[in-house]
Design a protein around this ligand. Structure first.
Ligand code: ADP
Ligand code: MG
Length: 478
């Protein structure tokens, strides 16, 4: 009987603010250890936290972007636990009443669109960091992260398997960057996911017991961790065992999850409203400002790319991974032959994005301007270039050899579309390959491809492939 894998994801997104959630200390990454935690961040006696209004504005923008309800009055609570990176003994979070409730995110899968329901999103502060390297058997503590503003975003257990969970995480990551609330830098810990994984027999309506895999900071690790964990659970269950609800860690070097601790229940944390903080009240004005500051959202732009530009949902999804990429694409499409839009989308997602990655550049700094991509499309449309030549021209423009026209001129890249010229070359190839001609006429279709190859070779790949096919066929029939 088939197993179904069920995943719910909790994401910690660091909000893009200059100062901490409740203090004026800097959030800049990379400072010397323990130089950016002030008295408020470590709750020394006599200090009072003050809510960072920029963090609240970001939370509102996110809530509106996912169509959630905004709680006009939310409450900060203390989550009490001991850990070396939390010397104050509690984390300020939101518990019973979060700022954002519900909402949904649409993700694009190879099989179509899927709506993932969100449970909530709440504001909280980050803890410090334990450092295990460089301390010879001891642990170092860096409190710079203490008090850093986070938005924790929780899904319903709507995801089925590792691929869907990763598609969700990518879509969320793109949205947060798109609306400017999180820089999304995963190496620096600005976007971390916990995956809750359980399995059940297909058709069961009860959820299985889940394990929570903490702190996945790459999409690849997330996929591997969920896949490993689901397989582990299935093996346990098929062996007649039971799943213990627990918190696990993914060891990327060994490709496996390991038990970290048994799962604590909410009551273990002794949540209570933080007596130092008043309830957070959202005014009409704050809400209106948040709404006015939102750009067109990725989902709307995706829809436009499909409806107005004829792209597939998967292409549109790739182009809306960032606001800059989608704007570049639309700028390039405008004035380009409509029939070439899907090709252009592929050039952006394929060779161009490979070049950008290689040089670690954002698309805004692309060495192939949107106008050059448009020119490329025009040159394919008017038959000057074959699809095969596109990459060569793109690479040459990238390398600084000039614009599309200049590169075509300098490299003599004209496609040969002259039927007479192609016909002559075909005649020559047929004369020199009597054996293949005979094979083809004797029913060996493969011989045809070999003949096409010969013609392409003789023209250094410049012959119009459709014409080559047509002319070859006609001549072979005789
Ligand atoms: P906690 O805050 O203790 O981690 P929650 O009940 O708030 O627990 O759930 C956290 C996440 O776990 C949510 O994303 C939820 O969808 C997911 N989840 C809950 N039950 C299951 C389950 N049986 N299988 C997979 N995911 C689950
Ligand atoms: Mg959890």
């Amino acid at each position: 009987m088939a197993w179904e894998i069920v995943v719910g994801v909790e994401t910690h997104a660091q909000l893009r603010t200059r100062s901490k959630m409740f203090s004026g200390a800097s959030t800049a990454f990379g400072a010397a250890p323990n130089t950016q935690a002030c008295a408020v961040d470590i709750a020394l006696p006599g200090v009072l936290p003050v809510v960072n209004s920029a963090a609240v504005a970001h939370a509102l923008r996110f809530g509106l972007a996912v169509g959630a309800a905004i709680n006009r009055r939310s409450v900060f609570a203390r989550k009490n636990y001991f850990y070396p990176d939390l010397p104050k003994g509690y984390q300020i979070s939101q518990y019973e009443i979060p700022i954002v409730a519900g909402g949904a995110l649409k993700i694009v899968l190879p099989t179509g669109e899927k709506t993932v329901r969100l449970t909530r999103a709440h504001l909280e502060e980050d803890a410090g960091k334990s450092l295990h390297e460089d301390f010879q058997g001891m642990t170092g503590i860096d409190l710079n992260r203490a008090g850093t503003p986070l938005l924790e975003i929780v899904t319903e257990p709507d995801l089925r398997g590792a691929k869907e969970a990763v598609a969700y995480a990518r879509t969320l990551h793109a949205l947060l960057r798109w609306i400017g609330v999180c820089d999304g830098n995963m190496q620096e810990g600005s976007f971390r996911c916990d995956a809750n994984v359980s399995v059940r027999k297909a058709g069961d309506d009860q959820l299985g017991t889940r394990c929570e895999i903490k702190n996945l900071n790459s999409f690849l690790f997330m996929e591997q961790a969920i896949e490993f964990e689901a397989r582990r659970q299935i093996e346990v269950l098929e062996g007649g065992g039971r799943i213990a609800q627990e918190t696990r860690l993914y060891d990327a070097d060994r490709g496996e999850t390991r038990s970290m601790r048994s799962k604590e229940d909410a009551h273990d944390y002794r949540y209570f409203p933080d007596p130092d903080l008043l309830p957070l009240v959202i005014s009409d004005e704050m809400l209106a400002q948040a709404r006015a500051s939102l750009p067109e959202l990725p989902e709307a732009r995706r829809g436009k790319l499909v409806a107005s530009y004829g792209l597939s949902p998967v292409q549109a999804d790739l182009l809306t991974q960032s606001i800059e990429t989608s704007s570049y694409a639309i700028a390039a499409f405008e004035g380009a032959p409509q029939a070439r839009w899907p090709d252009m989308a592929n050039w952006i997602c394929g060779p161009l994005s490979a070049k950008l990655n290689e040089s670690n550049l954002d698309i805004g700094a692309s060495r192939v301007a949107a106008a050059e991509l448009r020119r490329l499309a025009q040159k394919v449309e008017d038959g000057t270039l074959s699809g095969k030549m596109v990459k060569e021209v793109l690479d040459a423009v990238w390398a600084g050899e000039g614009g599309v026209d200049e590169v075509i001129g300098k490299r003599g890249l004209q496609q040969i579309s002259d039927a007479g010229a192609i016909g002559e070359i075909v005649d020559e190839v047929l004369a020199n390959n009597a054996k293949q001609v005979e094979d083809y006429r004797g029913g060996k279709d493969k011989a045809f491809n070999s003949l096409v190859g010969q013609v392409m070779k003789a023209t250094q790949g410049r012959a119009n492939p459709a014409q080559v096919n047509e002319i070859l066929k006609a001549k072979l029939l005789r």
